[in-house]
Design a protein around this ligand. Structure first.
Ligand SMILES: [Zn+2]
Length: 174
C-alpha cells in the first residue's frame, strides 16, 4: 500500500504535535488520553482564540491579512465559529485537511466522543452523512466577535472581505 504523502509542515507550525505526519492544530480537541480529534474544536481554545485574536492553527497572534476558512453554506451568514488563521496556516490546513481540501466526499457518519470542553462544528448533526461542501478562503483585514447560535463566532459583517476564493488553485496567492 502506498504511503500517503503529506504536505511539508511550515516552520511556523514546527511547535505543534504531529500525528501521522500531520501537524495537529492548536485548537483541535483532544481526548483525555491526549489523542487529537481532528475536526472537533477545543471550546476553551476556540473562545480564547476569537477574543485574544490568536490563530486557530498555530495559536500565535494574528497579523493582517487574516483568513477565515468557510463552507459554502456559511458564506451568506458572514460568520463562522472557527477562528481566523494566518494565510500560511490556512494554506497548510487546506493542503493537509481532507475535509477542507475536498478529497473527503462525505462527512464522517459517526460523531466523535466529546467531553463537555469540546464542541463539534455548529451544525454537525445536520451535516452528518451529508455530501461534503466546497470550502472558501475569506481574506480579511479584521473581524468582530459576535454570538451566533449561542457560541462565539468571527464575523465580517462590518466590512468587505479583501477577497473570497474557492479552496484550491490560487486561494492563497496574494
Ligand atoms: Zn497561524
Amino acid at each position: 500500500m502506498a504511503e500517503p504523502t503529506h504536505p511539508a509542515i511550515p516552520l511556523t507550525l514546527a511547535h505543534l504535535p504531529t500525528v501521522g505526519g500531520l501537524a495537529v492544530p492548536w485548537i483541535t480537541a483532544r481526548t483525555a488520553a491526549g489523542h487529537p480529534l481532528f475536526g472537533a474544536l477545543d471550546l476553551h481554545r476556540k473562545d480564547q482564540a476569537l477574543q485574544a485574536r490568536l490563530c486557530g492553527v498555530c495559536g500565535q497572534r494574528l497579523t493582517t491579512p487574516l483568513v477565515l476558512l468557510m463552507r459554502l453554506s456559511d458564506l451568506p451568514r458572514l460568520c463562522t465559529a472557527e477562528p481566523p488563521v494566518h494565510p500560511v496556516c490556512a494554506a497548510y490546513t487546506a493542503s493537509a485537511c481532507p475535509m477542507v481540501r475536498g478529497s473527503l466526499g462525505y462527512y464522517r457518519s459517526a460523531s466523535h466522543p466529546l467531553d463537555p470542553m469540546m464542541i463539534p462544528p455548529a451544525d454537525t448533526a445536520a451535516r452528518r452523512g451529508a455530501a461534503a461542501e466546497p470550502w472558501f478562503a475569506v481574506w480579511l483585514r479584521s473581524y468582530t466577535v459576535i454570538t451566533d447560535h449561542g457560541t462565539l463566532a468571527a464575523s465580517y459583517a462590518g466590512g468587505d472581505p479583501l477577497r473570497i476564493r474557492p479552496i484550491g488553485g490560487s486561494a492563497f496567492s496574494a
